[in-house]
Design a protein around this ligand. Structure first.
Ligand code: ADP
Ligand code: MG
Length: 253
C-alpha cells in the first residue's frame, strides 16, 4: 500500500465479557507507513482491542477492515497472511534455541501450512527458505551478530527486538506491538525507538500499545487514548499531552 492509504479500520468494535464491556464502540484507523499509539490506563481495553484487530478474539459487535476486507472473526493466521503481524504483551520465545531458530519457527508458524500437520516435518527446500527469510529479518533489525546465540542469553531489549524480527517474516505492512518497551532500560528503549523509526522509513505501519509517555510521544505520528473500554481522545502527540480528558484519565487512574 502507498503511504497514507487506509489499511486498518475498526468500526464501532464492542467486546463484552459477561457484564464487563472491555471495548465499547471503539473506532480507529491506521494508515500505511504511520506509527499510531494506543494508550490508556491499565485495564482500559488496549490488549483486548489488539485481539479484536488481529483475529485472536472476535468482537461482540462491530467491524474490522484490513486492506479493505472484513476480518473480524477470521482466523488470526489468515489475517497474518494478509499482512498484519503482532507481538504479545509477554515475551514468547524458546530460550534455549538460537535466535535464528526462534525467528525461523515463528516464520513457519505464520506460514500457510497448518501447525499440526507440518510443524516439524519440513522438506529441505522449505527449511532452507525459512532460514534464509529468518536471517534476512534478523539482519534487518540489527541482531545479525547474535544469529547463533541462545535467545535466552540476550538482554531483554534484544529479546523484544527478536520478537519483532519474528513478526517481520513474510513482510507485513502492519505491525501490532503490545507494550514492547515495558521493563526496558533507557538505552534499550532508544534502540527500540530507532528500529521502529527505521521500519517506518521502509514503509511499515505500526500500531503500538505503550505506557512510557516519553517513549511514545517522541516516536509516534498519532495517538488514540482509551479509558474504560472507550476512546476518549485522538490526535497528534502535542495535542494529546495537553488534552484535559487525557490528563484526568491518567491522574485519576
Ligand atoms: P489493557 O490492555 O488496556 O490493560 P485489557 O484489554 O487487558 O486492558 O483488559 C480490559 C478489561 O477486560 C479488564 O477489565 C480485563 O480484566 C478484562 N478482560 C480482558 N480479557 C478478558 C477475558 N478473556 N475474560 C474476561 N475479562 C477479560
Ligand atoms: Mg494490556
Amino acid at each position: 500500500p502507498k503511504a497514507g492509504e487506509l489499511i486498518l479500520e475498526a468500526r464501532k468494535v464492542t467486546r463484552k465479557f459477561g457484564g464487563l464491556v472491555a471495548n465499547n464502540n471503539m473506532s480507529l484507523e491506521v494508515k500505511a507507513g504511520e506509527i499510531l499509539a494506543l494508550i490508556g490506563p491499565n485495564g482500559a481495553g488496549k490488549s483486548t482491542m489488539f485481539n479484536q484487530l488481529s483475529g485472536v478474539d472476535t468482537p461482540t459487535s462491530g467491524e474490522v477492515l484490513f486492506m479493505g476486507q472484513p476480518v473480524a472473526g477470521k482466523d488470526s493466521r489468515d489475517i497474518a497472511r494478509m499482512g498484519m503481524s503482532r507481538t504479545f504483551q509477554h515475551v514468547k520465545l524458546l530460550p534455549t534455541m538460537s535466535v535464528l531458530e526462534n525467528v525461523a519457527i515463528g516464520a513457519h508458524l505464520r506460514g500457510d501450512k497448518g501447525v499440526l500437520s507440518s510443524a516439524w516435518r519440513l522438506d529441505r527446500a522449505e527449511e532452507a527458505r525459512l532460514l534464509k527469510e529468518a536471517a534476512r529479518q534478523i539482519e534487518r533489525v540489527g541482531l545479525g551478530e547474535f544469529m547463533h546465540a541462545e535467545a535466552g542469553s540476550l538482554a531483554l531489549g534484544q529479546q523484544r527486538i527478536l520478537e519483532i524480527a519474528r513478526a517481520l517474516c513474510a513482510d507485513p505492512c502492519l505491525l501490532l506491538l503490545d507494550e514492547p518497551a515495558a521493563g526496558l532500560r533507557h538505552k534499550e528503549k532508544q534502540a527500540l525507538g530507532d528500529l521502529l523509526r527505521k521500519l517506518r522509513g521502509e514503509g511499515l505501519a505500526t500500531l503500538i500499545v505503550e505506557h512510557d509517555m516519553d517513549f511514545v510521544m517522541n516516536l509516534v505520528d498519532r495517538v488514540v487514548v482509551m479509558e474504560f473500554g472507550q476512546k476518549i481522545a485522538e490526535g497528534l502527540p502535542d495535542e494529546i499531552q495537553k488534552d484535559p480528558a487525557v490528563l484526568e484519565a491518567y491522574l485519576g487512574g
